[in-house]
Every structure is written in C-alpha cells, then in structure tokens.
Design a protein around this ligand. Structure first.
Ligand code: HEM
Length: 386
C-alpha cells in the first residue's frame, strides 16, 4: 500500500496538466488490490488484469440496480428462452457470466503459476514436480511442501491461503474454489468504491482550503521532515482520520448499500417482511440525518473532533463507519483495507501538495463568467437511464 501510494504521488507530480486525475487513482486502487490479492505487480498502463476486472465490473454495477430488469419484478420471466423478444436480460447475463469467469480465473491461474515458477527446486524433485504440476496448476491436491519454500514470492492472500490448504487446514472456507472467488471479486468490489471515496474527499478539500491548511499543520507537527506519513502515524493524526471519515459520510459511495433478498420471512418493528422481498437499507438517510450530523450537506471534518482536546470524538456525531460499508453478516469485508488506503492517500497528498481549484470560474459559450459548481452523478442513476 505504501509503495502504491508513493507511485501515485510521483504520477501526480509528473502530470503537470493534471488532466489524468481519475486514471491515477484507479491505478492506485488496482496496484494495491491486485498485489494484496495475488502478489501481482501490474503494468503502469493497459494492464490486462485490470481490463478483465473492469470489463466485468461495469455490468455488475448495472445488474445491482434493483428493478433494472423486468425479471426482477416478474421472476417467472426467467423461464422464457433467450431468443424470446424482451429476454435480452438472458443474453446479457450469458455474456456477463463469461466476463466474470475471466476476471476470476485468469489472474488466479497466472499468479499460481508464477508462485511455482519462482521456486528453484533441487533436481531430485523435478520429476515429482513435473508429474504433479498439472494437479497443482488446476485445483487440489497441492504439491508436497512446495508452497512452504516459496519464500521469494511476494506475500499475498493467494500465497498465504494456498499454504494453509497445503498444510491440510480443516476448514470448509479454505478451498481453492473459495479462494479463487474471493481474490477474484476483491478488485471488482474494492476498486471503484475506493476511488470514488478518494475523489469525493478531494472534492471536499477543494471546497475547503482551511481544512487542508489545518491538516498540513498537524502533519508537519507529527511527521519527521523528509518523511511521508504512514499508517503507524494514524493515531497521532486524528484530523486526517476525521477528513477520511467525513468523505465517507458526505457523499457516501453506496447510498443504498447493496439490496438484499430475504431468504426467510422476517419482522421489523411490527412490519411483516415476506420471504423473497428485497430489502434496501437507506444508508444515505442514516449518514445525512441532521439530528446526528448537523448541517449534513456541509463537508466538515471538525464534526468528529473534540474542540477541547483536538482528538477524535464520535459522541457528538456518530462514526459514519456504522452505515457506509453495509450491515450484518454481508458487511463489506474490505472496509478496513478501504479505509487505510483512503487514509494513506489523503495523508500523503496533503503532506506533499497544496490542493486548490485550477479555475474558480468558467466562461459559458455566451461569454458569461460563472462560479464552478460541483454536481455528482451516480452509477445507479446512470444504469437506470441507459
Ligand atoms: C470506500 C470503499 C468501499 C465501500 C464504500 C464499500 C462498500 C460496500 C458495501 C456497502 C457492501 C455491501 C454490504 C452489504 O451487503 O450490506 C460491500 C460489500 C463488499 N465489499 Fe466493499 N466497499 C469498499 C471497499 C472494498 C474493498 C477495498 C474491498 C476488497 C478489497 C471490498 C470488498 C467487498 C466484498 C467482497 C463485498 C461483498 C461481501 C458479501 O457480499 O458478503 N470492498 N462493500
């Protein structure tokens, strides 16, 4: 994560025009997630693994919109054949399934091969290796202690769990299928979301230069000259934490979390919720409740800072983490990693750069000069109107 963040700073410094802000942040998310998942170092541009993941993620965003397809409302439609007029959802689903399999299977297989390749084996083991290689490269059984010797390969979730599987761990969650699907969905679930939070944060900072100044003063007081902040500094830099928390609240990335389908009848505050109903949690309302967050549409990190101590204080405004990563057993498993990437990127950016709007005003075709305003579009809305 540290290295990927440093690479981001370098790219931003080199990009004098500043017109590739979004791709720079996308690269940061991809570098971080793919190296943690697979130990893969991606290419600076046009990386094939990033392409597989991007190709599969776009349809997923569209499919996640409740009611996007008629079959959501009339489940019987799932029985009509794919060629039937109006059954385009079936053809799309088939195409999207292929894209998802590519995203899940190709990086997994490549990363696994790489782990085997970098191990130098004594000649006596070569024959057994070549005999077992086919088994090794597909699914279990894994090969005889090879993974334990792979000390030179980059640490990753893939390597760690393969080692556990090979060591014979008795846990149904530790199978290659679970591992492949878990690593395969990390980028799709964690990339756009994290980038969105980072860009939102920059937007808030651009609107509030006084927040940037205050954060810079705290960093200067805590981090040694010539060093960049790192995650160990987090407890000493509460204002950066407050900024990151406020970004997650102010324009929350997933305003209706992810809709869930009830697998059994349920009851909530006297309301009967039948099996099969779709429940949508309104995170947006929770994070913009003015009783908890006064002036909720203002980007104001100070709401989380105790004015007397300067420390974090969620007694006046509730920690937004309670609603911005979903709920219950399907709560976002990447939330700690997401928060740390956001924290580190924002702390590093503020430490080395001043952030200000390139232009305060724009000239309309009529010649009139107007203030630049900010408007957010949302993927859900986009998916609903295409
Ligand atoms: C700011 C960044 C992020 C936000 C706002 C976010 C938000 C969410 C939300 C709202 C859910 C749905 C929870 C629910 O169903 O109630 C979710 C699920 C998920 N997230 Fe995140 N996420 C972020 C980053 C990440 C990262 C970095 C990863 C992994 C590297 C990740 C992996 C996942 C996975 C795998 C799920 C599905 C969990 C399941 O269905 O059991 N997310 N996320």
């Amino acid at each position: 994560m540290d290295q990927a963040t440093r690479n981001l700073l370098k790219r931003l410094l080199d990009d004098q025009d500043g017109d590739r802000l979004i791709p720079h942040f996308r690269q940061l998310a991809a570098e971080t997630i793919l190296s943690i998942a697979y130990g893969i170092q991606i290419q600076p541009e046009n990386d094939p693994y990033v392409k597989y993941a991007d190709d599969a993620s776009r349809p997923a965003a569209e499919a996640a919109v409740p009611g996007r397809f008629l079959v959501d409302a009339i489940p019987l439609l799932k029985y009509v054949p794919a060629w039937f007029p109006g059954a385009s959802f079936k053809r799309k689903a088939r195409e999207w399934y292929k894209l998802t399999r590519k995203m899940v299977e190709i990086p997994y297989a490549d990363a696994k091969k790489r782990i085997v390749r970098i191990i130098s084996l004594p000649p006596s083991l070569s024959l057994s290796l070549s005999l077992s290689l086919s088994g090794f490269l597909s699914d279990s059984p894994l090969a005889f202690g090879i993974l334990q010797e792979s000390g030179n390969s980059a640490p990753s979730i893939l390597l760690t769990i393969l080692q556990e599987i090979e060591a014979g761990i008795e846990d149904d969650a530790f199978t290659e299928e679970v591992l492949r699907n878990t690593t395969g969905t990390m980028y799709a679930a964690g990339s756009d979301t994290t980038v969105s939070a980072m860009l939102t944060c920059i937007l808030g900072l651009l609107e509030h230069p006084e927040v940037v100044k205050k954060a810079q003063a705290q960093i200067d007081a805590v981090v040694k000259p010539g060093h960049l902040p790192d995650l160990e500094d987090e407890p000493s830099l509460p204002y950066i934490t407050a900024i990151a928390r406020e970004a997650l609240r102010w324009r929350d990335v997933t305003p209706i979390a992810i809709p869930h389908f009830l697998s059994a009848d349920d009851e909530y505050k006297g309301y009967h919720l039948p099996k099969g109903a779709i429940v949508i949690a309104n995170s947006w309302a929770m994070l913009h409740d003015e009783n908890i967050y006064p002036d909720p549409f203002e980007f104001n990190p100070d709401r989380f800072i105790n004015p007397d101590t300067g420390e974090l204080d969620y007694s006046r405004a509730r920690d937004p983490m309670h609603a911005c990563f979903g709920f219950g057993r399907r709560i976002c498993p990447g939330r700690f990693m997401a928060f740390e990437s956001l924290w580190l990127a924002i702390a590093s950016l503020i430490a080395v750069f001043d952030l200000e709007k390139a232009k305060e005003k724009v000239t309309l075709p009529t010649g009139e000069e107007v203030e630049r305003t900010v408007e957010l579009t949302h993927e859900y809305i986009h998916a609903l109107v295409v």
